[in-house]
Design a protein around this ligand. Sequence first.
Ligand code: V0V
Length: 158
Amino acid sequence: MTVDTPSAGSAENVTFPGVQRIDHVGIAVPDLDEAIRFYTESFGFHCVHQETNEEQGVREAMLAVGDGPRLQLLAPSRPDSAIAKFLDRSGPGLQQLAYTVTDVEAAADALRARGLRLLYDEPKRGTAGSRINFVHPKDAGGVLVELVEPAEAGNPVG
Ligand code: V0V
């Protein structure tokens, strides 16, 4: 398989984005309460957090099992949101893969330097006061990649 790598500078002047771990996997769902029920009753996840993010147009729930990455269930809170568009086009399913980073601005800069398109010029507010940005799926092998700087690691946005 041939993989096209975005144009980048020479190895010595390119920094890495500071990815620490997989933070969560985001799943688009039409009905949040029904999806929470499905994942808790079928797989033994438990819901650790819920909120509505008006800017992103989502009602979301974080589900945990053990100490591994979390599942983020994402339901649209309005019809013009990214999740509503995703559901219309693709139906329910995997929408994003999120990485924990130490510094979301530094991570975004490092990825921009490699030629990847970031969706936002500045970080937005994510779950539980985290700071987030996204890599365009067309620049990341067809995967919408989210960068998450947890609130504890820096100053929350908004
Ligand atoms: C679209 N495409 C995807 C995709 N969404 N590919 C993989 N995964 C996805 N999730 C493909 C689509 O099929 C097209 O492919 C192409 O990208 C461009 O599509 P488009 O029509 O131009 O773009 P849109 O309008 O569908 O927008 C796609 C993006 C949008 C990624 C730009 O969804 C976005 O802004 N997402 C970031 C915000 C977000 O996802 N918020 C909800 C989660 P073809 O047909 O050209 O081949 S909020 C959240 O995660 C929070 C709060 C948190 O974690 O804390």
